[in-house]
Structure formats: C-alpha cells, structure tokens
Design a protein around this ligand. Sequence first.
Ligand code: DX5
Ligand code: ZN
Length: 223
Amino acid sequence: MAHPLIAPSILSADFARLGEEIAAVATPGPTRADWVHVDVMDAHFVPNLTLGLPVVQSLLKSTDVPVDCHLMIDDPDRWAIGYAEAGAYNVTVHVEAAKDPVKLAKDLRAAGAKAGLSIKPGTPLEAHLDTLKHYDTLLVMSVEPGFGGQSFIPDVLEKVRTARRLVDTGHLKLIVEIDGGINADTIEQAAEAGVDCFVAGSAVYGADDPGRAVAALREQAAR
Ligand code: DX5
Ligand code: ZN
C-alpha cells in the first residue's frame, strides 16, 4: 500500500483532554494522523456509551485533522446527518442498523461528507455489494464493536480481500478501512489484504508518544 492512512481512535484517549490528545497527532509531518476516528456509541446498538454530536461539534472546531465519525448507534437514518452537517469528513453507519442505507448515503453526501458503511465481523459482505455502490468508504470491523483494546479477528481479512478486488477491478469505488485490534503485530497482514485506512485506538493512545506511534504504524503499513 503506497499511501496508507492512519486514523487514531480517541476511544483510547483521555476524555478529559480530548483537544490535547488530538493535537498530539496533528502536528504537520510524519507524526500527523490522516483522520481522527471518533467512536459514537449509544448503549443500544453496542453495550457501551461514549459521546455524541455536541462533543463532535466542539472537536470539529478545535482541529483541522479530518474527523471520521463511526456511529455505533440505532436509527442512524435519523441521527447521522447531524454529524455530516457539523462538518465531519466521513460519517460511517452500520449496515446492521440502517433502515435505508442508500438514502442515508445520498443524504450524507448532499450534506458534504463522505458516506461510510460498516460491517460487523459476522456480517457477510456479499449481501451488501449493491448498497456499497452508493458509499465512499467501507469500514470492516475486525473486533465486535463496542470496546477498545480487543484482539484482532483475522478471519475478516477475507472481506477486505474481496472488497480490494472489487475496487481494483473498478466494480466499486471505496476507501477500505479496518477497525479493531490494529497494532504493530497485525497492521502488516491488514495492509497485505488491501486496507487503505487503519483505525488504531490503544496502539496510538496507549503509546508514550501517540504521534510517533502514528508514524511507526504508517511506515509498517507501507512496507
Ligand atoms: C471499537 C471501536 C474502535 C476502537 C478500536 O468498537 O470502533 O474504533 O477504538 O480500538 P483498538 O484499536 O484498541 O482495538
Ligand atoms: Zn471505531
């Protein structure tokens, strides 16, 4: 992968200092994140609760790094648009939660965001290929959504390979993103399978120097 994108997930950051934590990966140069990944959880779609639109609105005002919102929520058809209107760069909804994902993608794009579709580890890709024609990013979950610091599930790489093939043959136009358990031990296999954008929470914010972790992961993915 020539230009791998690294998206630190602030789920593993210090929530009392989110602005500073994002600033730690925002200095121009190799330690800068390509996107900042923000995990929105509602304690319904996943058994955890994080943050919502007001916090994202404030973060958007505090950084120029593109913000990648991963909505692990019920009824994204109703709530996702607010994140696009607030200025998020990419807004990802779960295919397991969206009622009308094609309309949702159109609405997100019309509001100026990229539209992202996420699939849980147990959700097959094949059933959603037509829907994906309307999307800009595909977020393949490599852990069960809900918590940081879980172990990478290598089986999902088969979905990455399928998506990569469909993109490379011109059948789909997608940025392939992976989320969950990405670290120095797993990023190379994900890169080999064809991932474009790597979300990393604990591997970045669990490190002494988050910026250096971003640079190191990007170098590894580019090998
Ligand atoms: C999990 C979240 C991930 C999480 C990844 O549901 O979607 O973005 O922050 O954390 P790590 O990289 O620690 O697995
Ligand atoms: Zn995420």
